[in-house]
Write a protein that binds this ligand. Structure first.
Ligand code: PLP
Length: 435
């Protein structure tokens, strides 16, 4: 099908203006607002496999997949059927169900670090709870996070870097009391030396080191292997819990997540996105001796009226079962490599400085020639050029993340033809914006 030339967004425009009157900024999560690229978001009507359709009837090849969950594409038949079946039994009981144990067993079997797991409703809840458990289990207060890593809107972790020095955290958002981040140490990603210095300075005081083992939230930034190894070793030596936030990477980079891919096993793991197959599910888990601290088994309180919701569990079980049986990961890697090479050639042909971060089906084209290894290098990108790239691609029916500092996601519903269509569009757009 030929790419659309000039799309009409008339209905989207009207709907967004209506939403803005009653919803802050017209969106229920800021990343959707197109703030980083200017203009207004497109209002979606439905998804099908690799496609999204907006309310004006435009079709897009979707490279966001609801920001990660839809690794099987939209409305995968097995997932839809599982949800419909679960619905016949009721939507929520506030009591134990068979389905939550089945999903927990799948997670425990798949994720190397996880011997016990607790279901929650979002990645944010997973992060918030994991920190509490790390603090409760160790009897320590301090936590380390890395600049540019996002762990949901958890007060203690909603902190960016200081100016490169080893700083105590300063809240990124108003409304977070300084006390909530006073025990947060923010360090640069991929810098084992700085992490070692923090352990020297705060020896015996750090409850947990939390990181995205592959960063998706400053654009895609892979870890240096020595960084993960150093984190593992330093944590073990000081009795600190290493927490991998695999909300994006879990069941995406491999069935066992980034920890399986890189062979580094943390003490705690946060999950979300793919684990719910498009329904609101998060989870946190880890070694049994850590998770035994969680209420009602242990003293660390954490709860949820809708946690382990049967519809969400059914969606997660169907998604993970399909992933396990079909093992799409080698194919996703091949599609990712094809996309990366196509973008690299297109940007080179256009004479545009670029750098591409990719691990498997997660990727970012940065508009900088710097090797992007941390927040500082990511921020060297030409975000104005990214904005033009984004809109050029959208006009051609390619739906990309609306920020330079987000990763795109390829799904098992994409084919080589979809990737090639995106590369063709990119070649045109990059040619237009090279000046
Ligand atoms: N952790 C990571 C790595 C994420 O990418 C996100 C969301 O994008 C979260 C946590 C928060 O998850 P949620 O939006 O489900 O609260």
């Amino acid at each position: 099908m030929p790419a659309p030339s000039k799309l009409s967004h008339e209905k989207s425009h009207a709907e967004f203006h209506r939403a803005r009157k009653v919803i802050p900024g017209g969106v229920n999560s800021p990343a959707r607002a197109f703030g980083a690229v200017g203009g207004e978001p497109v209002v979606m009507d439905r998804g099908d496999g690799p496609y999204l359709f907006d309310i004006d009837g435009n079709r897009y090849i979707d490279f966001i997949g609801s920001w990660g969950p839809h690794i099987l594409g939209h409305r995968h038949p097995r997932v839809v059927e599982a949800i419909e079946d679960a619905l016949k039994h009721g939507t929520s009981f506030g009591a134990p169900t068979h389905l939550e144990t089945v999903l927990a067993e799948i997670v425990v079997d798949a994720v190397p670090s996880v011997e016990m797991v607790r279901m929650v409703n979002s990645g944010t809840e997973a992060g918030m709870s994991a920190i509490r458990v790390a603090r409760g289990a160790t009897g320590r207060d301090k936590v380390v996070k890395f600049a540019g890593c996002y762990h949901g809107h958890v007060d203690a972790l909603l902190v960016q870097a200081g100016s490169g020095a080893l700083t105590h955290g300063v809240p990124t958002s108003p409304g977070i009391p300084a006390g909530a981040t006073a025990d947060t140490i923010v360090l640069p990603y991929n810098d084992p030396q700085r992490l070692a210095e923090a352990f020297t300075e705060f020896e015996g005081q750090i409850a947990g080191v939390f990181m995205e083992p592959v960063v998706g939230n400053m654009g895609l930034v892979p870890p240096k292997p020595e960084f993960l190894d150093a984190a593992r070793q330093l944590c073990s030596e000081d009795g600190t819990l290493l927490g991998f936030d695999e909300v994006m990477t879990g069941f995406r980079l491999s069935f066992g997540g980034a920890q399986e891919l890189f062979g580094v096993t943390p003490d705690m793991t946060m999950l979300g996105k793919v684990i719910g197959g498009g329904m609101p599910v998060g989870a946190y888990g880890g070694a049994a001796h850590v998770m035994e601290n969680v209420s009602p088994l242990g003293p660390v309180y954490q709860a949820g009226t809708l946690s382990g919701n049967p519809i969400a569990m059914a969606s997660g079980i169907a998604t993970l079962s399909e992933l396990k049986e079909t093992n799409p990961y080698p194919r996703l890697e091949a599609l990712g490599a094809r996309f990366e090479q196509g973008l690299r050639e297109a940007a080179t042909a256009a004479g545009i400085p670029h750098s591409i971060g990719r691990v498997g089906s997660m990727m970012t084209l940065f508009f900088t020639s710097e090797d992007v290894t941390d927040l500082g290098t990511a921020q060297m990108s030409d975000t104005a050029r990214f904005g033009k790239f984004f809109w050029g691609m959208l006009e051609r029916g390619i739906y990309l993340p609306c920020s330079q500092f987000e990763a795109l996601f390829i799904s098992a519903a994409h084919t080589e033809e979809h990737i090639d269509e995106a590369i063709t569009a990119a070649r045109e757009v990059l040619g237009e914006i090279s000046a």
